[in-house]
Design a protein around this ligand. Structure first.
Ligand code: AMP
Length: 507
C-alpha cells in the first residue's frame, strides 16, 4: 500500500458503492444517511476542526451517546489525521480526569449535559469543547454546518496512529492502546474477506461504538463492503427481533444471544434473511451455541480478538464452526501457544497465546516500558489469554492468564471447571475465582448462577459430581449462589469484582 492510500479512510473510500446515494446508515426513526452524505458530513467536520487549529496527530476525546453523527465524527478524524479517542459513556469525572491528563487531547466532544464536567477538567492544552447529542444536536454539528464541505483527506503513513483506546485493565491505570491506520486496514480487509462482506449485506448494529467490537469489527466491515447498517442506539431484543427480517448479518456479545433466546418471539422466521450471526468479546457458552442452533437453524460464528490486536481468529464462514472454540488464525495473523519458557506446547495442552501480524498495535501511549513487557524478543504480542490448539488448528480460549488460580502450587484453569458446572442440572452459568487462603495460597471458589435462586442444586451433590471428573485440588472449596454475575458493557464477567466481593471468605 503506498503512503497516499495508507489513510484508512482512503481504503474505505475505495470500497464505497459506485452509486453515491446508496444508503450507509438507517436508524429506527427512519432517518437514512447515504455514502454521499457520509463524504459530505465528514468533510465538513474535518474542515471545521482543522480550522480550529487542530493538527494531524492531535487527540480528539469523545464521550457521547451512540448516534450516526458520532460515526461521522470518527471518520472525519481519520480523514484529518487526528487521533480519535473514544471514551465509554459510563466513565466518571475521576476517570475522565485521568484520560485527559494522560492523552492531552486538543479537543473534547461530549454530550451537552457533560459540558460542565469537561469545563472543570479543562487544562491549558485543551482549548476546544464541543457538544454532540442524539437527534443531530450540539455545537459540533451546528458549527460545522456553517463550514464549506470540501476537504482533502490528509495523507497518512500506515504507522500513523488512528485511534487510542484505553483498555479496561483490572490492575493499575488504564493503558492507551495506539492503533495505527495500517492496523485497521490489515484487520478490516482480513475480516471483510473472511466473512465475505458484500454490498447487499445489511448489518443490524446494536453494539456500543466506544469499543473495537462495535466500532472497528462492525462498522469497518460495513464500510469495506460498501454495505448498509441498521443502527440502533442500544441493544434491546424487541427491536432486534423486529429488524432481523431486514438484515443479513448480526454481531453481538454473548449476552445479546442469551437475551434473544429468552424471548419467545425469537424464532426461525425472523432469521430467514440472515446469513451470519457473529459472537465475540467474551466466551460464548456451548449451551447458547446449541440452543441458538436449535431455535433458528443458524450456527453462531465465534471469533476472538482484543483491543491491542483487533481480531486474531475466527471460525470459518464455510466449514465447521466448533462450539467452545474461537476458530482459526485470520489471514496475516500468526498465533502460537507457548509455556513459561516460551516453548511451543503440544496440541490440546494449555499455554500462553501470543500473536504477530500487521493487526497488532503499536504500543501503549506514553508507556514504553509497559509496551516492551508485553512483547517477546521476536516481536509476538503476549495476549494474556491462556489457550489451546486442537488437532485441526482451532483455538480455544481457556481464560485470562491473571484469572488462573494457583492452589497448593497447582495451576487451575477456571474454564475447565466452569464448563463442567455449566453442564450440571439446575445451573445457568458459573465463574471460578481464586481467593486468598492460608494453607493453599489461593482456594478455588465457584460463584454460580442457578436456574432458580430459591431452589438451587444441593452443594454437596455438585461437589460430588465435580470430584468424579476432576483432580481434587480443582474442586471448589466453596460454591456460592448468586442471582447474576457482574458483567461490563461488553458482556465480560468481571472476576475482579467477584474477587473483591469475596476477598475475606477464607480469612
Ligand atoms: P477487549 O480488549 O476489551 O476487547 O478484551 C479482550 C479480551 O476479551 C481478550 O483478551 C479475551 O480475554 C476476551 N475475549 C474476546 N473474545 C473472546 C472470545 N470469543 N472468547 C473468549 N474470550 C474472548
Amino acid at each position: 500500500m503506498n503512503d497516499k492510500h495508507s489513510n484508512i479512510y482512503h481504503v474505505f473510500q475505495e470500497h464505497f458503492p459506485e452509486y453515491p446515494d446508496a444508503i450507509f446508515i438507517e436508524t429506527p426513526d427512519g432517518s437514512q444517511y447515504s455514502y454521499a452524505y457520509l463524504q459530505l458530513e465528514t468533510a465538513r467536520i474535518a474542515r471545521f476542526l482543522t480550522e480550529q487549529g487542530i493538527q494531524k496527530g492531535d487527540r480528539i476525546a469523545v464521550q457521547v451517546e451512540k448516534s450516526a453523527h458520532v460515526l461521522f465524527l470518527y471518520l472525519a478524524c481519520l480523514r484529518a489525521g487526528f487521533i480519535y479517542l473514544p471514551l465509554n459513556t459510563a466513565y466518571t469525572k475521576n476517570e475522565l480526569s485521568y484520560f485527559l491528563e494522560n492523552a492531552e487531547p486538543a479537543a473534547v466532544v461530549c454530550a451537552s449535559d457533560a459540558y460542565e464536567i469537561f469545563s472543570d477538567l479543562k487544562s491549558d492544552k485543551l482549548n476546544n469543547i464541543f457538544t454532540l447529542d442524539t437527534g443531530e444536536q450540539g455545537t459540533l454539528i451546528e458549527l460545522s454546518r456553517e463550514t464549506a464541505s470540501e476537504f482533502e483527506t490528509v495523507t497518512c503513513s500506515a504507522d500513523d496512529i488512528a485511534v487510542i483506546l484505553y483498555t479496561s485493565g483490572t490492575t493499575g491505570r488504564p493503558k492507551g492502546a495506539m492503533i495505527t491506520h495500517g492496523n485497521l486496514a490489515a484487520n478490516g480487509l482480513a475480516l471483510q474477506k473472511t466473512w465475505n462482506w458484500q454490498q447487499a449485506d445489511v448489518l443490524l448494529h446494536a453494539l456500543p461504538i466506544f469499543h473495537i467490537h462495535g466500532l472497528f469489527v462492525a462498522c469497518h466491515n460495513v464500510l469495506l463492503g460498501g454495505s448498509k447498517m441498521l443502527f440502533l442506539e442500544k441493544f434491546d431484543s424487541k427491536t432486534v427481533i423486529q429488524l432481523l427480517p431486514r438484515s443479513t448479518v448480526f454481531m453481538g456479545v454473548p449476552t445479546f444471544y442469551t437475551r434473544l433466546l429468552d424471548d419467545d418471539n425469537f424464532n426461525k422466521e425472523c432469521c430467514e434473511n440472515m446469513r451470519l450471526f457473529i459472537s465475540g468479546s467474551a466466551p460464548l457458552l456451548e449451551q447458547t451455541f446449541e440452543d441458538f442452533q436449535q431455535r433458528t437453524g443458524h450456527t453462531i460464528l465465534e471469533r476472538y480478538g482484543m483491543t491491542e490486536t483487533g481480531m486474531n481468529t475466527s471460525n470459518p464462514l464455510e466449514g465447521e464452526r466448533i462450539a467452545g472454540t474461537v476458530g482459526l488464525p485470520l489471514p496475516g495473523v500468526e498465533a502460537r501457544i507457548v509455556d513459561e519458557n516460551n516453548q511451543l506446547v503440544k496440541n490440546n495442552d494449555i499455554g500462553i497465546l501470543q500473536v504477530k501480524g500487521d493487526n497488532v498495535f503499536k504500543g501503549y501511549w506514553r508507556m514504553p516500558e509497559k509496551t516492551a513487557e508485553e512483547f517477546t524478543p521476536d516481536n509476538f504480542f503476549i495476549t494474556g489469554d491462556m489457550a489451546k490448539y486442537n488437532e485441526r488448528g482451532y483455538i480455544s480460549i481457556v481464560g485470562r492468564n491473571k484469572d488462573m488460580v494457583i492452589t497448593g502450587g497447582y495451576n487451575v484453569y477456571p474454564k475447565e471447571i466452569e464448563l463442567l458446572l455449566d453442564e450440571c442440572d439446575g445451573i445457568t452459568e458459573s465463574a471460578i475465582i481464586g481467593l486468598a487462603h492460608r494453607d493453599f495460597g489461593e482456594a478455588v471458589t465457584a460463584v454460580v448462577v442457578p436456574n432458580d435462586i430459591n431452589n438451587p442444586p444441593d452443594i454437596e451433590h455438585l461437589k460430588l459430581i465435580l470430584k468424579q471428573q476432576l483432580a481434587s485440588y480443582k474442586v471448589p472449596k466453596q460454591i456460592i449462589y448468586v442471582e447474576q454475575l457482574p458483567r461490563n458493557s461488553m458482556g465480560k464477567v468481571q472476576k475482579n469484582i467477584l474477587r473483591e466481593t469475596y476477598i475475606s471468605l477464607y480469612q
